[in-house]
Design a protein around this ligand. Sequence first.
Ligand code: HEC
Length: 117
Amino acid sequence: MKSPLFLMLFLFFFGTTLFANESYDVKSFRVITKLCGMCHGIPFHLAKEKDGDEWEEYFDDDQTLLKIHQKEPEALSNIKSTRFKYYRKNILKFFIDNSKYSGKVHGCDGNFCGAHY
Ligand code: HEC
């Protein structure tokens, strides 16, 4: 096991059963962690890199994301996965809700604690 990552994933998956009062979409947080997190880190950080309009553009059609990740086979297969397709709308909403100018700052909870970079 790659231990720190494993521990993080463990906390992501089991933390929420202990703390049930989140102010954001935990399901999307988990899906994004799984599909994008190994390269882009904590979903809040990824969301904060773009503003809402930019996220709309990235999700305008799948080609945009596929093109960006041309050289990343793992990313391509995640973006083509049924899971991504199923949660696509919620993933976009999560990114927009937590985007650059959203003013959202998250405290500590079972999934995530504190720091924004
Ligand atoms: C296997 C690693 C990997 C995975 C998984 C991955 N990405 Fe990426 N992503 C990258 C790399 C590397 C780049 C930079 C590509 C470049 O600049 O040429 C990138 C770039 C991006 C960019 C553009 C950033 C910018 O400023 O240009 C966005 C948006 C993005 N990824 C979103 C996602 C989303 C959403 C997911 C999950 C569905 C995801 N990525 C999954 C590796 C990954």
